[in-house]
Design a binder for this molecule. Structure first.
Ligand SMILES: Cc1cc2nc3c(=O)[nH]c(=O)nc-3n(C[C@H](O)[C@H](O)[C@H](O)COP(=O)(O)OP(=O)(O)OC[C@H]3O[C@@H](n4cnc5c(N)ncnc54)[C@H](O)[C@@H]3O)c2cc1C
Length: 447
């Protein structure tokens, strides 16, 4: 049995390590085109913001450990073609330029995604960055740490854009502009009630401004280096521009293989991680994920699902028949002093799917009044209008917001109703909550 894994980060290494442990007889090779494996891009914004100083802290497990355990990892090797009929691969050794053939009985695609760069004039100028790869982080931090670079323009207000804003603020940058095409931040994940709270927090910080419904049309450069940006509304000074306008699956090399994909190039998988071609699996940012509430395959690229489906695929590569239980799209973000999390479906998603839903939105306090540090906390629930089963939830606040979202994820998974949430026996002590926690209150207020 020959197993080949393409891509050596979250999904690929989870699968390879699991398959190798479970099936010692199989011959298994991981091809990774960069020179690093098993690191977490989630740490990039905090490295850039100098919350910690060593980039190697992002590496979950050093390559030597995998090799010691007997795993065959070929770094600086790019798979350039797959012949699904004859189960063959073409691989390019990026150091020597040599191209050779390999074969597989079972194949895993874990090639991740790459940053989308919009067609902005002069976008290739010096000091225009994306934040996706390990080296992106190293290069961006080097420039961010320089005193002369005080004007930071961030294009795109999704998770990464906001995390970069936090990084720049942490470094004490004087002018941070976030430019967003849409009419609010995080518009694909959160509803307006919650993004209003996040936006209020962002603009309360001196030197940080939010420019909504604005489009960057041109990078203004001097001698090849960025000095400003021109939008459809104004011109701004810029020493550094960070483009965070989304990602696209790394699947263009799979054209004409017969592997089914969504229009954005995400490989469609079932709940075992298998594609439409038997013996070929995929997981992570290059693939879809089955959604527990939406009952369809969606593209929600997160480390959490990359690791989990990666492990399931590893078990299946080794001969088991494991099934992924589905995603809720649970995700969280911290911007300066505010934290927010979401799980299940948003109201926008409920509308699109055509579910008969209701919502409740409340503002409450995270804890008792007499214990120091009491803060506002905001909860939105989306629930089925008839059965009252919770379908989605979002929470924002300065303290205790995000981990409460995990309670909601569990409630949605267990198909609890808002009424059951209202009476759920949640922890209480004055520093953490109130006798009726904000989640109990939200459940009880739901009509
Ligand atoms: C700045 C940032 C912050 C993030 N924060 C969070 C967070 O807080 N929480 C969260 O859940 N997720 C977060 N994510 C997302 C998370 O990092 C990804 O979901 C996760 O890394 C996906 O893992 P993956 O293995 O699918 O893909 P990747 O990590 O992209 O790895 C794919 C690998 O495949 C290799 N490859 C591609 N094509 C080939 C080929 N043809 N041949 C050989 N090798 C190939 C690539 O070089 C790459 O190393 C963040 C991402 C970024 C960029």
């Amino acid at each position: 049995m020959r197993i080949v894994v393409i891509g050596g980060i979250a999904a690929g290494m989870s699968a390879a390590a699991k398959a190798q442990r479970l099936n010692k007889e199989a011959s298994l090779t991981v091809y990774e085109k960069t020179d690093i494996v098993s690191w977490g891009a989630c740490g990039l914004p905090y490295y850039v913001g100098d919350f910690y100083s060593s980039p190697t802290d992002m590496i979950a497990r050093p390559i030597e450990k995998f090799i010691e355990s007997g795993l065959d990892i070929k770094i600086k090797h790019e798979v350039i073609e797959i012949d699904t009929e004859n189960k063959k691969l073409k691989v390019k050794n990026l150091e020597t330029g040599d191209i050779f053939e390999d074969f597989y009985d079972k194949l895993m695609l874990a090639t991740g995604a790459n940053a989308i760069i919009p067609p902005i004039k002069n976008v290739k100028s010096e000091n225009v960055f994306t934040l996706k790869e390990y080296n992106d982080g190293i290069e961006l931090k080097e420039e961010m740490m320089k005193d002369e670079n005080q004007n930071i323009v961030i294009v795109g207000a999704g998770y990464i854009g906001l995390e970069v804003a936090e990084a720049a603020k942490h470094l004490g940058k004087k002018d941070i502009k976030i430019i967003q095409l849409g009419d609010r931040v995080l518009l694909e994940s959160f509803d307006k009630e919650i993004t209003d709270v996040i936006e209020e927090e962002i603009v309360s910080h001196e030197g940080v401004t939010l420019h909504l419904q604005e489009v960057v049309e041109e990078i203004i450069e001097n001698n090849g280096k960025v000095i400003g940006v021109k939008t459809n509304k104004a011109e701004y000074k810029a020493d550094i521009v960070v483009i965070s306008t989304g990602i696209r699956p790394n699947t263009s090399f799979l054209k004409n293989t017969g592997i089914e994909m969504l229009p954005n190039g995400a490989i469609i998988i079932d709940n075992t991680g298998e594609t439409n071609i038997k013996g070929i699996y995929a997981a992570g940012d290059c693939a879809t994920v089955p959604h527990l509430v939406r009952h369809e395959n969606v593209y929600i690229p997160l480390a959490t699902t990359a690791n989990k489906i990666g492990r399931i695929v590893g078990e299946n590569l080794a001969g088991m028949n494991s099934v992924f239980q589905g995603t809720l799209g649970s995700a969280a973000v911290k911007v300066m002093d505010i934290q927010a999390g979401r799980t299940g479906i948003s109201e926008e998603e409920a509308k699109k799917i055509g579910i008969d839903y209701k919502t409740v939105f409340i503002k409450d306090k995270n804890q008792t009044n007499y214990y120091p540090g009491r803060e506002d906390i905001y909860v939105k629930l989306i629930y089925d209008a008839k059965s009252r089963v919770i379908l989605g939830g979002q929470i924002a606040g300065k303290k205790g917001a995000v981990l409460r979202v995990d309670v909601l994820a569990t409630a949605i998974f267990a198909k609890l109703t808002v009424d059951q949430l209202g009476m759920l026996d949640l922890c209480y002590a004055p520093p953490f909550s109130r006798t009726w926690d904000v989640l109990n209150v939200a459940g009880n207020v739901a009509k």
